[in-house]
Design a protein around this ligand. Sequence first.
Ligand SMILES: *Cc1c(COP(=O)(O)O)cnc(C)c1O
Length: 344
Amino acid sequence: MKFSDFRSDTVTKPTEKMRKAMYEAEVGDDVLGDDPTVKKLEELAAEKIGKDSALFVPSGSMGNAICVKLWTKEGDEIILEERCHIYNIELGNLSILSRVLPRPISSKRGEMSPAEIEKAIRKKGLTSNGTSLICLENTHNFWSGAIISVENFKEIRKIADKHNLKVHLDGARIFNASIAKKIPVTEWTSLVDSVMFCLSKGLSAPIGSIIAGSREFIEEAWRIRKLLGGGMRQVGVIASAGIVALKEMIDRLEEDHILAKKLAKGLAEIKGIEINPEDVETNIVIFKIRKNGLNANNFVEMLREKGILALSISEDELRFCTHKDVNEKDAERALKACKEILYA
Ligand SMILES: *Cc1c(COP(=O)(O)O)cnc(C)c1O
C-alpha cells in the first residue's frame, strides 16, 4: 500500500536538486576545517538567521544540547515551557548532559507570560544555584505549530536582561513562523542569544541542523559538538543539500501551511474530533479524539490500515504534519479515513 505520510515534516525526501548538489559537492575533512561546502552552508545560514556565526550539527537535539550546555553550569536552573520539545522529547538530555534543573512553566498555547517567567527566576543563594537560561520554542510543535509573537520575545528579552539571563531559541521551524507572518526571521532571532533550526524538516534536507550565535559562542560550540561525537568528516556531501534547502525551500513552506489549514477545517467538521482550525497557523495539525472506546493510539493504528500515517502525542491527541511530500489528495484521503473510522 502507498502511504500518505503525515507523521512529521522530517519524512521529506531530498529534492532532485539536493541529490545533484550532493553528488557534485566539493568536500574536505570538516573536523580539520577543510570542507568548503560546510563553510559555505554555515556562512549562508548565519546570514539568513541574522547571527555572526553558525555551525552545522547532525541533529536539532544535538544543537539544543550544545547551546544549553554552553549557557549553563551544572545545577543551574533553566526556565522553559511545559510542552516544549527540549523538556519532553529529547530523552532527558538536559539532566544527563548539562545536568541542569528544568523549571517548566505553563503557557497560553506556547506563549509564556513574562510575569510568570519573572516569578520563576531563582537567585543564586543558599538553596539554589540560580537561573541562567530561558528556552523558547517557535513555532511551537506541541501547540499545533503555534507562532510565538515578536512582542512576547521582546518582553522576555527585557526580563532576561534585567536578571542577566541568556535566551536560547529552539527554532526548529522558525522559518515557518517567518513565512506565515510574512516578517523576517531576524525579528525573532535578534532577540535571542542562540538559535537552533532544522534543515531536515519542512526544508527537506536529509540530515542536519544549524546553531547560530556570536563568533565566540560558535567557537565554543565547535568544541562541544566534537565532545558529543558530532564532528563529521567529508560532510559537505550533506551540507550541500542544506544549501539548497536554504536557497530554495523556505518560500514554499507556505504551501504546507495552506494544506494544514485545509486539513484542520476538514477535521473540525467531523463529529468525534475536536480542533479549532484557527489554532493551526503553520504546518502542524494537532487534534483530539472524542469518542468512547477510541484513543489516540488505536486511532493511529486504524488510520494506518487505511494508508494514513499520523503520530499520537498523548492519550487523546494526534498530530498530522504537512510537508512537500504530501498534497491535497493525501489530505482528502486522510479526512475520508477519519470519517470512516469515526462513523463506523
Ligand atoms: C524536531 C525538533 C527538534 C529536534 O530535532 P532533531 O533533528 O529531530 O533532533 C527540536 N525542537 C523541535 C521543536 C523539534 O520539532
